[in-house]
Design a protein. Structure first.
Length: 156
């Protein structure tokens, strides 16, 4: 279990941190937008916090329930359908989108808002073209049953 946790943390520092921290940092540096939690911009802290919490719960589900990591090279051995995955099939990507949206609000940045839309499109295409076919092949009928019960993006 410790090995899975370490591999998940390493993956988190590389992939999600790139999408939600390193790229936004570069965008902010290029545009000159500034961090500001005065007035309505403070509301951006809510989706940031929600994204961080949901992401952490999802990553824990990969380790504990799935006996694997979110990384494509070290996928879960079991289909992860518990906790947040009972409501929506891709809560990790919704968490990332929430976090980026919050950053866009806090920085008052249209450039970050455009990155949020681009990131979601990248994640959507990844899900549809790569993840779902792989899950269907690896978990056969169990994944098909899961897709009939749980929506891809909109929680039920």
């Amino acid at each position: 279990m410790t090995g899975l946790l370490i591999r998940t943390l390493v993956f988190t520092v590389v992939v999600p941190a790139t999408m939600a921290a390193y790229i936004p940092w570069a965008i902010i540096g290029a545009t000159g937008d500034r961090f500001d939690v005065s007035g309505l911009r403070a509301l951006g802290l809510v989706p940031i916090a929600a994204g961080l919490v949901v992401g952490a719960v999802c990553f824990a589900g990969f380790v504990v329930e799935g006996r694997g990591t979110p990384a494509p090279y070290d996928p879960p051995r079991r289909l992860v359908t518990g906790v947040l995955y009972q409501r929506v099939r891709n809560p990790i990507y919704l968490a990332g989108t929430s976090l980026l949206l919050g950053e866009s609000i806090v920085f008052g940045s249209y450039a970050l808002l455009a990155w949020t839309a681009a990131a979601w499109l990248i994640w959507h295409l990844t899900v549809v073209l790569y993840e779902e076919p792989g899950l269907r092949a690896r978990f056969d009928g169990a994944y098909d049953d899961y897709t009939r019960r749980v929506s891809r993006w909109i929680p039920r």
